[in-house]
Design a protein around this ligand. Structure first.
Ligand code: BGC
Length: 384
């Protein structure tokens, strides 16, 4: 995977940049038995990573990169891309994965600080749980970049780099609106909603963005949520776990759709929850597959898209985010200011964190080849 990613970076960085540009359109918003091909199958087994070797000499300094888990494919790609690109730029890298365990992530960050890391890049498991350890980073003058997920209530966070999370949600909502032709079709249509972990600040942006598009149709009766579960809390999925999403969906289908009532659409905020929905539908639902959204373009979900079991996924090219974060790291390490394009949207409770937002795009069975294969993100074989 690393080799593949590295060569992909070298050969198609330009294409990737063209396909997934970066923009500045965020608005603040409020927040499973799988088939063999789960996201877990696509990801290497969970293990703590030893400090990486430094192929480029590491004269630029030691950078700590803390990732949440190897269970989801995307974080493996994020970690490999960051490691490869930082080394390319002359830095030494300490890359760690924390098995989605908050205390493990805290210990890993403590070790990074005591081992002399000069800058920390952190994709948090729970945005609210790093205050104490990051106070130590601040004390030691170590800048912190929040990666993909904002770290909350800590004044140690220097910058934030992510995809435009609100836009992810609006694109999912718009996809459903257009697929059901909500402005013209008579309806009503049945929809159910599922989102992510309450400790992940992104989840509220995704859900808020999608609901800003869908809520007017719920209000005018064109969309009906038969389960009655429409609040963020009711629709949340702890740890974004496929099994948890599937269990909630099993219950929703049993109570509301077992009599043959048609389910027209499911808003799922990401691919791991969409997989839980697809598994539940396969086991409990005999009608036509509903429109089903997702995010990340994980391999299992792209395969489902090709098979007609998921309608779309949001593509967030992790190479693009890594490139942007490496630019930030480099600027800070050289004593300058990091490039940002948003100074309004992300308040972590201590003030606005200057951010760089990359633009997400949607993928479906009509454009996935161009987005995912032609750009070198996956090979044809990955998707078979
Ligand atoms: C990321 C998504 C991911 C989810 C679950 C979010 O913070 O932005 O890309 O699907 O976490 O890992």
């Amino acid at each position: 995977m690393k080799k593949k990613v590295l060569s992909a970076i070298l050969s198609v960085a330009m294409v990737a940049t063209l396909l997934t540009g970066c923009g500045n359109s965020a608005k603040p918003a409020e927040e499973a038995a799988a088939p063999a091909e789960t996201t877990e199958a696509a990801a290497p087994a969970e293990e703590a990573e030893a400090p990486a070797e430094n192929t480029a000499g590491g004269e630029g300094g030691l950078i700590g990169v803390a990732m949440p888990t190897k269970d989801l494919q995307r974080w493996n790609q994020d970690g490999s891309n960051m490691e490869a690109q930082l080394k390319e730029a002359g830095y030494e890298v300490d890359l760690q994965y924390a098995s989605n365990d908050i205390q493990t992530q805290v210990s890993q960050i403590e070790n990074m600080i005591s081992n002399g890391c000069q800058l920390l890049v952190i994709a948090s498991i729970d945005g609210d749980s790093l205050g104490t350890v990051l106070a130590q980073a601040k004390e030691a003058n170590i800048p912190v970049i929040a990666y993909d997920r904002l770290i909350m209530n800590s004044d140690a966070v220097t910058y934030y780099a992510t995809f435009d999370n609100y836009m992810v949600g609006t694109k999912q909502g718009e996809y459903i609106r257009d697929a059901l032709d909500l402005d013209n079709a008579e309806g009503p249509f049945n929809i159910e909603l599922i989102t992510g972990d309450p400790g992940d600040n992104n989840a509220r942006f995704f859900f808020g963005g999608a609901m800003d598009v869908l809520q007017p149709y719920i209000d005018n009766g064109k969309l009906v949520v038969k389960s009655g579960q429409t609040s963020f809390e009711e629709c949340a999925t702890a740890n974004w776990a496929t099994e948890t999403a599937q269990a909630r969906f099993d219950a929703i289908l049993a109570s509301n759709y077992s009599d043959g009532t048609k389910l027209d659409a499911v808003l799922a905020s990401n691919d791991s929850t969409a997989l839980g929905v697809a598994n539940s539908l396969a086991a409990n639902y005999t009608g036509d597959y509903p429109i089903l959204t997702g995010q990340d373009c994980d391999i299992a979900n792209v395969k489902n898209m090709i098979d007609g079991k998921q309608s779309m996924s949001i593509f967030k090219d992790t190479r693009t985010l890594a490139t942007q974060v490496v630019k930030m790291v480099d600027a800070i390490m050289k004593g300058g200011e990091a490039p940002v394009n948003d100074t309004e949207s992300y308040d972590n409770g201590t003030g606005i964190i200057p951010s760089y937002l990359c633009e997400p795009v949607f993928a479906d069975k009509d454009n996935y080849k161009e987005l995912l294969i032609d750009s070198g993100y996956y090979t044809e074989a990955d998707l078979q």
